[in-house]
Design a protein around this ligand. Sequence first.
Ligand code: GLN
Length: 404
Amino acid sequence: MQTPVPDYLLEVLESCGSSADGAVADYIPELAAADPDRLAVALATMDGQVHAAGDATVRFTIQSISKPFAYALALRDHGLPAVLASVGVEPSGDAFNEISLEEATGRPRNPMINVGALVTHSLVGDASLEPDARDRLLLDGLSSFAGRPLDVDERVFDSELGTADRNLALAYLVRSYGVTAADPEEVVRGYTRQCAIRVDVRDLAVMAATLAHGGVNPVTGAAVVPAWVARQVLSVMATCGMYDAAGDWFSHVGIPAKSGVAGGLIGALPGQVGIGTFSPRLDEFGNSVRGVRVCERLSDDMGLHLMGTPATGAHVLRRSVRDGHAHTLELQGAVRFSGAEAVLRAMSDLGPEVHEVTVDLSRITSIDDVGRRMLLEGVRRLGLDGVRVALDRPDYLERSPDQS
Ligand code: GLN
């Protein structure tokens, strides 16, 4: 049998492909030459499978989709407090190239808009790094996220650098506030190079999947950034990734995302999937029109909306059976806070006549650290009350089946 996923992706592209709405970005002259009809999608799973459809071999510049990955590298290199001191995490509600600075401090509102991304760029690696060395660190870092060596589109780089007045103005402005001491010309050069890194949709899907997989590339197995970094980046993507359309996007699609002016778009759903799309025509917010539609379809069809996750708490306790002084609690599914809370409640309701409790864990599919600690505490407290507790799979409470 052949998996139907690639056929499904083709069907999604066909259903979203007919729109010619939007316009190719032309403020970077070289981008205006892009073929507006190109359309591609890729999905990367948490076990490293990549499915793609459409113009999946076409390469394009990553542009603003580099921002979350540069942010990840800056967090890795300097830690959260130091990065937060220079760049905030509040949605700006402004366009990507706006002067969105906090009034009192001049700190850029978030790392997804240009002014924040310029500061983030200068935070990758040590402040004393030679510009070439920072360029290499970024290229190597983004390549680790993609799982293959990426390169720079020199034509797009030259084209954007020749017309970068606005980014230069932003870089001078943040330096005037003392937010950064970095040389504005150097920062804009390096940031423009970062934006000119070339990718295809598969690269984007794997990069997104690496964030969704706690910072570990699911294809290569490389630990690219720590899990806390991936969580921080996904949080900022969820609130700020789609610029002034971020609220609309999150309520419709519900996937942390980032767009770029060359027409790329990524979505990263924690623990499930990384998505990459490509279609160069953009809406008024600078987001790919058909890329947004494809993501809307994927989210609807596959139930990917983060806020649509069904509550699992009630279902974790499969059965609760009394037999004289003995009681059995059967658990199932994925045990997290809400499920473990339901089990603790059942334990606390047992009553003094119960002397023996069996906790049957054989049907659970995963248990996270919080769930494990809560169940262990329940077992400990039952023991203090003089109840004998038998765990049929005690190993599940030592270490979860999926290590989550
Ligand atoms: N390099 C582009 C710029 O700075 C990136 C913008 C984007 O992709 N939204 O203008």
